[in-house]
Design a protein around this ligand. Sequence first.
Ligand code: ADP
Ligand code: 5GP
Length: 190
Amino acid sequence: MRKGKLLVISGPSGVGKGTLISKVLPRLEKTCLARSATTRPRRQHEKDGREYFFLSREEFEERVRRGDFIEHVRYGSNLYGTLRSEVERNLESGRNVILEIEVEGAMAVRRQMPEAVLFFIAPPSFDELRKRLIGRDTEISAEIETRLARAGEELALQEKFDYIVINDDIDRAADELEQKIRACLEGGKT
Ligand code: ADP
Ligand code: 5GP
């Protein structure tokens, strides 16, 4: 059986990765979203095992020691990691797997799995990114500033990605992302 493809969707927090993926994923055949593990506290609408596997720091570190992660990073004061179990069994069974992760993790995935295709979601402007993060209202203002500082570093790395999609208008950007994903599923990386 033909193995699935690994699609990494990255970009700064608040740019709209989650929103775009929720629009594009239902349009794609045989494609799933890998759930990451994190030590971040659960947001009100989130459910363990749906958005993330929410782990204590001890549980997370134990799983790092066991080699359960393809990559893991510290982001703000929390840890996030891509679970091998979420990725490998799906790829083996022919399903494409989407990872929604930050930029350092995307670069680590590329080093380990060079066949992965990397998409960078960019904001139309830094000001708009700030507005979206504030508007989402999921972080306190100090955390928003930390995320924006990191966003500056992340934006500087966008040229390292295979594809860049600017999330200006959500429907336009979703169509562009879908079309770019289809092109890479059908024809290889370029
Ligand atoms: P991420 O997953 O990258 O952290 P989200 O998908 O949570 O970002 O989006 C952050 C906020 O921006 C949400 O409130 C979302 O509704 C909003 N948003 C996403 N895309 C757009 C867009 N194209 N135009 C305006 N607002 C958007
Ligand atoms: P949030 O706290 O907003 O859910 O996520 C913060 C950042 O961590 C986002 O940019 C998100 O894409 C990223 N992230 C989520 N899961 C992982 C993961 O498994 N690995 C890495 N490297 N980043 C992740």
